[in-house]
Design a protein around this ligand. Structure first.
Ligand code: SF4
Ligand code: SF4
Length: 433
């Protein structure tokens, strides 16, 4: 596999910003659809009292994991809410009492083998914090008889511009990160781990090397800063030389990949039993006066987070949840924060420089081939776009649109400003239907 990629301006303006705490919001709206699986059903009703960490939603769907309250207070209603991806699901509204009392039932989990680790992680509501939201207990619950995993890869590349949450996790919570890695390796009998960090995070690299020195089977590997270095298949190839084929899971190549903030959470959870109720969020963008990293209770309105960072919300023309390459533009600034959100960016309308084309200045493809050159998956984005436009499903399959990781590199380099990555997402949806 040939790994391509693009050089982006990093804009890691908040790399040196110690994580702040958002004041407890008066109200949170906690979506029942927080991870990749089916949305949970609410376990509480209007008028119920909840603590910090009380389980408020669950589902027996295999891909789902429970949802917990991020504040203590009273449930004021169960509503239907539109999510950033356009789907509708139930949400629990909770009015905070400001006391942030921890649920008295919470205690550190008893983890002594793989089964108890997976059960505990399910109860914690942990899902991949890199953005995809794949339930962690499912990722680790592979069949040991048919699958042999020898390598744990910790994805600490954080290759998207602006986002510095993983960087801060390694600097501020290095002990939890190492403890989480050691716990997973121990319970799953994994021989070695690599922590892959891009070379634009020198402090995190130093800190993790220091912490990992006590283990001879946990190694820190410095990676070249190149986008999308943190894409799962790219990372596996660059760290182990192994190639994950179409339709295969990394475990079929003896590898499990976990995000560094996920293992940091696991390390902390094993000690406290406090479920996943907060996220470290990077807030940045040209209308944000005080870019920062801030710990936010899940369910807090995005507008509240932006206000905390002194953003000029009225002049924000584009608000993105996630990084500028793979994040989702949101239409409603009061959408509540999800477990999987690691960044909020707000930008004003771009000023057009002389001879510069903006996204809105789309022209016909000039067949320059740049999109093909940068695709990390070796795809042909321009042909994929044409196949989608003509509704040719067979051709989309032949061109392997399913391998597209939606990194956005093709759209980024296209001089004709074609919306290639967007079309590929739509094409995948077309095939799914
Ligand atoms: S969005 Fe898909 S097609 Fe475009 S560069 Fe990334 S992987 Fe390739
Ligand atoms: S980069 Fe844009 S203009 Fe160039 S071949 Fe691809 S789609 Fe066409």
């Amino acid at each position: 596999m040939k790994i391509n990629g693009v050089k982006l301006r990093h804009n890691k303006n908040t790399a040196g910003c110690e994580t702040l705490e958002l004041p407890v919001p008066e109200k949170v709206v906690i979506s029942m659809g927080q991870s990749m699986g089916k949305a949970c059903g609410p376990l509480v009703k209007k008028g119920d009292h909840v603590y910090v960490g009380t389980k408020i939603g669950d589902s027996d769907h295999i891909m789902s994991c429970p949802v917990h309250s991020s504040v203590s207070g009273t449930v004021t209603g169960i509503t239907e809410r539109l999510r950033a991806n356009g789907s509708v699901c139930k949400a629990v509204e909770i009015e905070s009492d400001g006391r942030q009392e921890l649920d008295p039932e919470i205690k550190p989990p008893d983890i002594h083998d793989k089964k108890s680790l997976c059960e505990a992680l399910r109860e914690s509501g942990c899902c991949g914090l890199g953005g995809a939201g794949f339930p962690t207990h499912l990722k680790l619950n592979y069949n040991e008889e048919s699958t042999s995993v020898d390598t744990l890869i910790i994805n600490a590349a954080e290759c998207e511009p602006y986002i510095t949450g993983d960087d801060r996790e390694m600097i501020e919570n290095g002990d939890d990160v190492i403890d989480g890695i050691a716990l997973v390796m121990d319970m799953l009998h994994i021989e070695k781990a690599y922590i892959g960090i891009e070379d634009n995070k020198p402090q995190a690299i130093r800190n993790m090397m220091e912490k990992a020195a006590q283990y001879d089977n946990i190694n820190v590997r410095t990676l070249r800063s190149s986008y999308p270095q943190g894409a799962e298949k790219v990372l596996i190839y660059n760290l182990t030389g192994r190639t994950v084929a179409e339709g295969e899971l990394p475990s079929s190549q003896g590898v499990i990949v976990m995000n560094v903030s996920t293992v940091g959470f696991i390390g902390a959870y094993a000690k406290t039993g406090i479920p996943l109720i907060n996220r470290r969020v990077t807030v940045d963008g040209d209308v944000v006066s005080t870019p920062c990293n801030v710990k936010v209770p899940v369910g807090t309105a995005i507008s509240k987070i932006l206000k905390f960072a002194d953003a000029d919300i009225e002049n924000a023309q584009k608000i993105i949840c996630g990084g500028p390459m793979m994040g989702i533009c949101i239409y409603d600034r009061d959408l509540p924060l999800l477990k999987t959100n690691n960044c909020v960016l707000a930008f004003k309308k771009p000023e057009k420089k002389k001879n510069e084309l903006l996204e809105s200045d789309q022209t016909a493809c000039i067949r320059c081939g740049r999109c093909i050159k940068v695709c990390p998956m070796g795809l042909m984005p321009t042909y994929l776009e044409k196949a989608y436009d003509s509704g040719n499903k067979k051709r989309l399959e032949r061109l392997k649109v399913g391998l597209c990781i939606n990194c956005g590199s093709c759209s980024y380099v296209c001089p004709a400003k074609r919306p290639l990555a967007e079309k590929h997402q739509l094409a995948k949806e077309l095939l799914r239907r």
